[in-house]
Design a protein around this ligand. Structure first.
Ligand SMILES: Nc1nc2c(ncn2[C@@H]2O[C@H](COP(=O)(O)OP(=O)(O)OP(=O)(O)O)[C@@H](O)[C@H]2O)c(=O)[nH]1
Ligand SMILES: [Mg+2]
Length: 533
């Protein structure tokens, strides 16, 4: 019954590891240790002996087996992973690996693994051992009684903890200690291990040397502990070891994805900064465009002032006879009132539209400055710069101004066709505006016609003034509306083009962020399941 439960548990862990493999495939983490754990789930229990060189690991294995199977020595001796398995006598060598088979009763329940010592001058020894760590189902950590638990040993214990392994601490060479020192050494080693591992671990004081002669109680106790542990908890330990590997890799995967998420977030901050820049740009252009419109308005205002003065003088100076001569009146009206207003209006409108077109270049330059100042450049930002630089190189404000001018004309024509301009001013203006920009001369010629139709008497002067003002006001309103339409159309085009430079990339970043968060969530929930299991 209990066995069935354990087998079900093994199946559950196996399924979890498989899901872990799948999830890790979508991270930069090497899943090899997990794949190995999946294989080892079906293999023998791996009791792995680790420790610094010369602490007596090989001697301990020999003592446990009761025969001098493995070479021992005072210098770094073991240079490969030595795996002892139950079976017909045999030996198999591989790269950094030796497999020995023995028909030894101890090996029936487990495979015993001797590893190269750590903290020697031989780095490759330590690499072999570190790489083997994740495979251990239980670790015998051997330290030497004459220097129990050094700093480097504590650091190595830390690596073991990171893989979530269970540890049995063995203080070897206790034959070197006096009876009274044994107690202190045991306490010291136990406390050190507890501090690193965050849990109490069993500690055994042994002498492999004496043990070989069958004269060491500590070794016997260790042997009994191992036998009991295996009979009671072999499978839970194995499953726990596999889950430890899973948790560790999931943690690494989460950290790696977290870094990617951070990089994407930084890049997205650039997207937000560009959007904010665009919003500020539109606000500023709208505000400053008022200055351009005021220059246009001034042309109308000056005509109006001159017109009023002209009417006043015409009446005051008794130029009535002139007024009867339509041709002469028209000429002096054009000369004194209209002057070059048409050309000036055309220039002012053109200037306003060119001003508007050039603002786009400013936007691009501001964006480039923003991107360049945002150092250090987060990974993957370059693609933002390139399209902006290209857009700047391609930028032709004159073409854009011409296009906007076309838009403005259309707008004026549209407005006036809607029936502005009593007294036929509208029609005159409409005709004139079919050209490039408003021709004020034409507008005022229209006014002139209207003016003559009034009986020009002094008492009609005010009415004539009102008529002129009204006509100019309507014409100005039409031009202003056209300019405002051109402003909005221009801004919309600037916005569209500007966003086009980064929209795809920012959308891709958002999608990537979502994707990464999704993957991270999968790792997180697997890690939780691996904890509960
Ligand atoms: N006094 C004493 N010496 C021991 C004991 N166990 C091992 N030694 C000696 O310590 C030295 C190192 O023993 P090894 O078993 O080779 O140590 P190791 O940990 O396997 O060393 P590496 O394979 O180099 O990592 C040898 O000279 C052993 O004879 C012990 O219990 N008491
Ligand atoms: Mg050795």
């Amino acid at each position: 019954m209990r066995l069935e439960g354990l087998e079900a548990e093994r199946a559950r862990v196996r399924a979890l590891l498989l899901r872990g493999l799948e999830a890790l495939a979508r991270t930069p983490i090497d899943p090899a240790p997990l794949r190995q754990a999946l294989l080892d789930l079906e293999g023998p229990f791996l009791l792995v002996v680790v420790g610094e060189f010369n602490s007596g690991k090989s001697s301990l294995v020999n003592a446990l087996l009761g025969e001098d199977l493995l070479p021992e020595g005072p210098i770094p001796t073991t240079d490969r992973i030595q795996l002892l398995e139950h079976g017909e006598e045999g030996r198999e060598e591989g790269e950094g690996f030796l497999r020995l088979r023995k028909p030894h009763p101890l090996l029936k329940a487990l495979a015993l693994v001797d590893t190269p010592g750590t903290n020697a001058l031989l780095d490759h020894h330590e690499v072999l051992t570190r790489r083997f760590l994740p495979r251990a189902d239980l670790i015998l950590f051997v330290t030497s009684a004459d220097r129990p638990l050094t700093r480097s040993e504590a650091e190595f214990l830390g690596l073991i903890r990171d893989w979530g392994k269970k540890v049995v601490l063995v203080v070897n060479k206790t034959d070197l200690l006096s009876e009274e020192d044994r107690e202190a050494v045991a306490r010291y080693a136990a406390q050190g291990a507890r501090e690193v591992l965050g849990e109490e671990v069993p500690v055994f004081l042994v002498s492999a040397r004496l043990g070989k002669a069958g004269k060491d109680e500590g070794l016997e106790r260790l042997r009994a502990h191992v036998a009991r542990t295996l009979s009671e908890k072999a499978l839970p330990l194995k499953l726990g070891a596999a889950l430890g590997v899973l948790r560790r890799l999931l943690r690494e995967g989460e950290a790696a994805l977290g870094q990617e998420v951070e990089a994407v977030r930084q890049a997205l901050a650039t997207c937000e900064a560009l959007e904010a820049l665009l919003a500020r740009h539109k606000e500023r252009v709208r505000r400053d465009f008022a200055g351009q419109v005021a220059l246009v308005e001034r042309v109308f205002r000056e005509v109006e002032e001159r017109g009023h003065r002209f009417l006043d003088e015409t009446v005051r100076l008794g130029r009535l006879p002139d007024l009867l001569n339509a041709k002469a009146f028209r000429e002096s009206f054009l000369k004194e009132v209209v002057q070059d207003a048409g050309a000036r209006l055309e220039r002012a409108v053109g200037e306003a539209l060119r001003w508007l077109a050039r603002r786009e270049e400013e936007l691009l330059l501001d964006a480039l400055t923003l991107l360049k100042e945002a150092r250090p450049v987060p990974k993957g930002e370059e693609p933002f710069l390139a399209p902006l630089e290209e857009a700047l190189a391609r930028f032709r404000p004159e073409e854009e101004a011409a296009r906007l001018s076309g838009l403005a004309q259309e707008a004026v024509v549209r407005t006036l066709a809607g029936g502005v301009g009593g007294l036929g001013l509208g029609a005159a203006l409409t005709l004139v505006l079919k050209g490039l920009v408003a021709d004020l001369t034409g507008l005022l010629a229209g006014f002139f016609v209207a003016f003559l139709t009034l009986s020009v008497l002094p008492r009609r002067k005010e009415r004539a003034k009102r008529l002129l003002s009204q006509g100019l006001k309507e014409a100005y309103a039409a031009v202003r509306r056209a300019l405002e339409e051109a402003l909005e159309a221009g801004l919309a085009r600037q916005e569209e083009r500007f966003r086009g430079l980064y929209r795809d990339r920012c959308e891709a970043l958002l999608a990537r962020l979502e994707e990464l968060e999704g993957r991270r969530a999968v790792l997180g929930s697997l890690a939780e399941e691996a904890h509960v299991a």
